[in-house]
Every structure is written in C-alpha cells, then in structure tokens.
Design a protein around this ligand. Structure first.
Ligand SMILES: [Fe+2]
Ligand SMILES: [Fe+2]
Length: 237
C-alpha cells in the first residue's frame, strides 16, 4: 500500500498490522477515527505527519522476512534471532492482544457471545504458558546449547557437562503443541478469523492480531522444532 498524507487512518491500520503499533505509539485514533486522513488525525493528535509516515514505512520494511540460512548459521546466532525477533514479538504483542480483546469483549460480548465468550480465558492461559516457556528457554536450555556449541568447537571437548538436551527439549516440544492447540481453538472459534460486518477497527485489528500471532508462532516453532533442537541434539551423539 502506498502511504500518503491523505490516506485514511483506518485503511492503513487494516492493510498493515505493523502500522497499528506505530499508530498507537503516536496516539492516533484508528478505531473511531478511521475515516480521518493522516493529516487530519495528526492535527488532532498534535504530531508530525511526515514523522508518522516515515515510522510506518520503516516498520513495514523492518518486518520483512529474513533470508538467512539457519541450517548453516552458528546456533548462538539462531538463538539470538529467536529471542530478539520471536520472543520479543510475543512479549510485545500478547499484552496488546489481551488489552484489545478486553475492549472488544466489553463492547460486543452480548452480540457475539458464542465467539467472544471463550476467548479471554484462552488468551490469558496462552500468554501465561508462553511467558513461562520462553523463560525456561532463555534461562536454561538456550544457554546450555550455546555452551555446548562453544565446547564442541574447542580442542578439548568436555564430556557434556551441561546435561543431556533430550529431556528439556521433549518438554519444550510438548509445550509447543499446547500453544498450537490454543491457536487452533482460537481459529476454530472465530471461524478462521471471519470478521463480522458490524466489527469496528479494534475488532478487525484483533482478528488480524490472531492471524499474525499464528503466523509468527508457526515460524518460531519451526525454527526451534525443525532446526535448533535437532542441531542441538546432534552436539550430543
Ligand atoms: Fe522460543
Ligand atoms: Fe519454544
């Protein structure tokens, strides 16, 4: 989408999930004020339209998929990528999703009861599970993998002083399945994120959030299940 000062705020928010984060940071009302142009919305919020457009454009570019070959990169680099991109995404987006869901639930819980009633609990539990999961990876498993990779490169390889990876990895795999099951439930309950015709911009953004969360978690879990964990296990023949 081409960004212009006369573009409507709601159209930008609908076209790009990444832009919503920037709009929120600038205090732009993209929900009830979605019909405003960028110029009008910036005047109301007292911010510079060129700065806003620049940030939205930069955010869109920075979220483009990477092209690194993670099967060949050092494991430490892959771990750094997973933590800085995917763990950071979850830490940033899950609280936002929870807040946005609370707004949508408060507004539409009677009209869309069958869709919205189960969602707060599912998101609450998913957020809690993933926070603990990421903590375990960052504090225990990932440092052990990095240490083991460093040791494997050394002249005098120690006999795996960091313990075997198989058990903690099996626990991580089970937790990935649990997170995937929660996302499947969300997709099913929302009928593949079908947006009701009466939905406001916040409602629409929430369903886009769910879709983005699913896309990011799929990539995240792919990097761990299919690349990081098998390569870590190969360090301990
Ligand atoms: Fe992870
Ligand atoms: Fe994980």
């Amino acid at each position: 989408m081409e960004l212009r000062s006369n573009s409507k705020v709601g159209e930008i928010a609908t076209a790009s999930m990444a832009s919503i984060r920037v709009l929120e940071d600038f205090g732009i009302d993209y929900c009830w004020g979605g019909e405003q142009s960028i110029t009008e919305a910036c005047r109301s919020a007292g911010v510079d339209p060129q700065g806003l457009l620049q940030d939205i454009g930069d955010t869109m570019l920075s979220t483009a998929p990477g092209t690194r070959d993670w099967k060949a990169e050092p494991l430490a680099a892959l771990i750094c990528h997973i933590v800085s991109v995917h763990h950071e995404y979850l830490r940033l987006e899950l609280p936002r999703i929870q807040k946005r869901l609370a707004v949508v639930y408060a507004t539409y819980r009677q009209r869309d009861a069958s869709t919205l009633a189960p969602l707060p609990e599912i998101v609450f539990l998913l957020k809690g599970e993933l926070e603990v999961h990421m903590h375990k990876e960052e504090r225990m498993l990932f440092p052990a993998i990095e240490e083991s990779e460093r040791a494997a490169r050394g002249a005098n390889r120690p006999p795996f002083p960091f313990g075997r990876f198989a058990n903690p990895i099996n626990i991580m795999l089970a937790e990935h399945e649990s997170a995937g099951a929660s996302l499947d439930r969300i997709r099913k309950i929302t009928r593949n994120y079908a947006i009701p015709s009466h939905a406001c911009h916040t409602y629409r953004a929430l369903f886009k959030d769910f879709r983005s969360l699913e896309r990011d978690l799929h990539m995240h879990i792919h990097l761990e299940n299919n690349i990081l964990f098998p390569r870590a296990l190969a360090l301990q023949p």
